[in-house]
Write a protein that binds this ligand. Structure first.
Ligand code: NAD
Length: 347
């Protein structure tokens, strides 16, 4: 096997957001642009407070799928800036990556959801409704500071779908062609820790141990996403998000059990790992029933997809070939999309 992890410094622990000054110092950053979504500005400013006047400017305009206009708007604040501080979920990290790609600036990431983007070299930019993605080591965060206390206010519904988005990274890493033994260990542990944490934080959103486990799992799941090539699940979610503008994490949550029901019969080692992680010999069904119990959306119809869009999605998924444990035929994709649209998972 080949295994090529990225040189990311990871700092993890409750209350460790206070160490932001030391981490900025370690990277030699003197003038930093702070990035966040509009709703997370107060949280982002409080995280950045120890940096004082090293924060040269704040751009609270991160948006889902990184519209190129938001990158251009943030670029007007880059004069003299030597680093980016991204406090938030995948949308904020995505904006930092867009800026890093075009301006060669280092990223210090403080994730507040479980999306995992901070551990990957994958960037995405949306221009006039078309999302382009690519891989570039320049967009990998130099340092990721995980503080579980920052995720306590993440609403339960967002936490559940973001957590299952992370499980999807782990599941597809388990059957990735370029997985390695260490990837498999991290992916299984990431899935296990997340699936155990979600019911606990659903019952008690402020459960400190559950929040810490979920963020630990997010780190593992993001790490394996960053070093492997994803298959049908991620392809399908990319198409659904890009073409139909369906919400990212919720789409992953709905689609995952359907793709696993299709793929796992051809991936015995991944099936065994996910069976251990779920404690159930039928992991696809176990993940579907967990999502249902936790009140997550269970069908693409519920997310607003129209039935007449199914053929378009199937066509787009088939348009470019990619690696998958089972052959991606038209009838197979149609079956998966149709079952995800209705929400029925075969046992
Ligand atoms: P997000 O960043 O849009 O966050 C979801 C919502 O939660 C937002 O409204 C945000 O303001 C809010 N939020 C974030 N942290 C919060 C907190 N602590 N408390 C309260 N609210 C909070 O969504 P996401 O699911 O984190 O990320 C999705 C995006 O990330 C998508 O665009 C996806 O393509 C991208 N992504 C990229 C990669 C990659 O490797 N490039 C990996 C995963 C996801």
């Amino acid at each position: 096997f080949d295994h090529q992890p990225f040189p990311v410094r990871v700092v993890f622990g409750e209350g460790r957001a206070h160490e932001i000054g030391a981490e900025a110092e370690r990277l030699g950053l003197k003038r930093i642009l702070l990035l966040c979504t509009p709703g997370q500005e107060a949280l982002a400013r409080s995280v950045a407070a120890p940096l004082g006047d090293r924060i040269a400017a704040v751009f609270p305009g991160a948006r889902m799928h990184v519209p190129v206009e938001s990158v251009v708007a943030a670029e007007t604040l880059l004069s003299g800036v030597d680093g980016l501080l991204a406090v938030g979920g995948g949308s904020t990290t995505g904006l930092a990556k867009g800026l890093a790609l075009r301006n060669q600036l280092p990223i210090l990431a403080v994730p507040t959801t479980y999306a995992g983007s901070e551990m990957t070299p994958v960037w995405g930019l949306t221009d006039q409704g078309v999302k382009r993605t690519g891989r570039d080591p320049a967009v990998v965060a130099r340092c990721v500071l995980y503080d579980p206390l920052l995720s306590h206010e993440l609403p339960v519904a967002v936490s559940v779908s973001s957590g299952l988005n992370a499980v999807a990274h782990a599941a597809e890493a388990l059957y990735a062609r370029d997985a390695s033994p260490v990837v498999s260990l991290m992916a299984e542990e990431g899935a296990r820790a997340m699936l155990a944490a979600l019911p606990r934080l659903h019952a008690t959103p402020g459960d400190r141990n559950a929040r810490a486990s979920a963020l630990y799992a997010a780190w593992l799941c993001g790490s394996v996403l960053g070093v492997t090539t994803m298959s049908l699940h991620h392809k399908l979610c990319h198409v659904l998000g890009g073409m139909l503008d369906l919400p990212h994490a919720a789409t992953h949550t709905v689609v995952l059990p359907h793709v696993l029901a299709f793929n796992l019969p051809a991936a015995p080692e991944a099936t065994a790992a996910l069976a251990r992680a779920t404690g159930d010999s039928a992991p696809a069904r176990a993940i579907a029933s967990l999502a249902r119990r936790l009140g997550a959306p269970t069908s693409l119809a519920e997310l607003g997809m129209r039935e007449e869009d199914i053929p378009l999605v199937v066509h787009e998924v088939l348009a470019r070939p990619y690696v998958n444990p089972r052959p991606v035929t038209e009838s197979a994709v149609l079956d998966v999309v149709r079952s995800a649209w209705t929400g029925s998972v075969r046992p």
